[in-house]
Design a protein around this ligand. Structure first.
Ligand code: IPO
Ligand code: ZN
Length: 423
């Protein structure tokens, strides 16, 4: 700002200048929306952060945490904040060290976007397309489910956790992206309707690309079903040298998706809607990859009909098999997901829980108004204590991918039931 003091400033401008001068300028301002628990850490770690707005957001909660589908209204405060870009790594570490199991934040491209996100959360967005949630592809799904193998999932988890780490700002994170893109491209080589792309991102030292495989829809290809998980892993420390196997968080989700892809292609399944499998970069640093992918859709003539996130599938926290998270997800689609489990995996038990604002990439989709669901490996109280540490290993989730296989099966049922619907 340049002010010339001798040119007769109007009192209002002078008052504004005085106010601004009292607040230290942020070197590189960026904008986030953040849930109440992570916000408490932010004001401690970055007192110069500016609050732009705060809303109390209604969230669906299970009437009692556990095996009950009945939902009640709860609420959480979500803040729009202007912060210094340089403060975000500290915040990320604080969130992961202290909250680990709940709450996070979403980074935005502008103050206006952060504020618009708050408004949309409050309004409980209506999906632009109301898909049919009728379960009517039993023949196709039941033919594919028995082909799915835990051993394949385990092998992919092993390969991903063999990278030193998968930080979005490290050479290892970039290499893991290249490895996955090569693997998915080889799997789809024989099909002309399969495309694998790496999606580059913007941000400080953001080296890791998201990886996307598409199976193009034959009849209704402009409508899209998304199955996602995140590629990056995190342990605090030097990004080039720290060890972050991230076997459960989230090699397991990416590996579960990879087995869905393998069996769909082996069965020569051709969807009517387009299927997108996305391994998001930079989830651990504020849902960075998914946020940018969702924002980029603004210019694309596609309609995302349904989104499922697989973030942590390999560690079974309790006797209950599948936990459906009810906050910042779509209630109607969650009912559909529970019905898929009852239809195709009747031997499994289902529980319901909440994890707070921004706990995984489904929140990027939900915040933009797309129907998203988040089936998870455990309850909030019984989750894997080893995530975000060097001990997030295969051995520490029990050495098999038997639990992860359940999520592969659920994911396959989800993409086939929604993907088979035509115009
Ligand atoms: C996560 C989500 C819900 C629960 I309960 C426990 C853990 C994962 C999220 N915190 C994360 O770090 N994803 O990568
Ligand atoms: Zn994590």
């Amino acid at each position: 700002m340049s002010i010339s003091l001798h040119s007769g400033l109007r009192p209002l401008a002078l008052a504004a200048f005085t106010l601004l001068a009292c607040t230290p300028a942020l070197a590189a301002p960026t904008w986030i929306t953040i849930g109440e628990r992570a916000h408490a850490l932010l004001v401690r770690s970055a007192p110069q952060a500016r609050e732009l707005s705060v809303r109390s957001v209604d969230v669906n909660m299970p009437a009692a945490r556990g095996k009950r589908a009945a939902l009640v209204k709860g609420s959480e405060k979500v803040y729009a904040m202007e912060v210094d870009d340089a403060d975000l790594p500290v915040l990320t570490d604080a969130v992961h060290d202290e909250l680990r199991r709940c709450g996070g934040f979403i980074q935005h491209a502008s103050a206006a976007e952060a504020l618009a996100t708050l408004t949309r959360l409050q309004a409980t967005p209506e999906p632009t397309i109301a898909p049919s949630y009728v379960i009517d592809n039993q023949a196709a799904v039941n033919a594919m489910l028995p082909q799915m193998q835990a051993s394949n999932i385990l092998a992919t988890i092993q390969s991903l956790s063999d990278f030193q780490n998968r930080r979005h700002t490290s050479s290892h994170g970039a290499a893991a992206s290249n490895w996955l893109a090569t693997k998915w491209a080889a799997m789809g080589e024989a099909r002309r309707d399969v495309r694998v792309t790496q999606i580059a991102h913007t941000g400080t030292n953001f080296q890791q690309k998201s990886v996307m495989m598409e199976i193009l829809g034959t009849g209704n290809g402009r409508e899209v079903i998304v199955l996602g998980g995140h590629l990056d892993s995190i342990v605090s420390g030097n990004v080039e040298t720290v060890r972050a196997p991230g076997a459960d968080d989230d090699a397991s989700g990416v590996a579960s998706m990879t087995e869905v892809i393998r069996v769909l292609l082996a069965s020569n399944y051709q969807p009517k809607r387009t299927l997108r499998f996305i391994a998001y970069a930079g989830e651990e640093a504020g849902l960075l990859g998914s946020k940018q992918i969702v924002a980029n859709l603004g210019n694309e003539r596609t309609k995302v009909v349904g989104v499922m996130q697989l973030d942590m599938t390999a560690y079974q926290g309790s006797a209950t098999d599948l936990w459906i998270y009810t906050d910042y997800t779509n209630a109607a689609q969650n009912t559909f997901v529970a019905n898929l489990a009852a239809t195709y995996l009747p031997e499994l038990s289902v529980g319901y829980d909440v994890c707070g604002y921004g706990c995984s990439d489904h929140a990027s989709w939900h915040a933009a108004g797309y129907p998203a669901s988040f089936p998870f490996e455990a309850s909030f109280a019984t989750d894997n204590r080893n995530i975000h540490t060097v001990n997030d290993t295969i051995a520490n989730f029990g050495g098999t991918a038997n639990h992860a296989l359940k999520f592969s099966k659920l994911g396959l049922a989800f993409v086939v039931e929604l993907g088979s619907d035509g115009p």
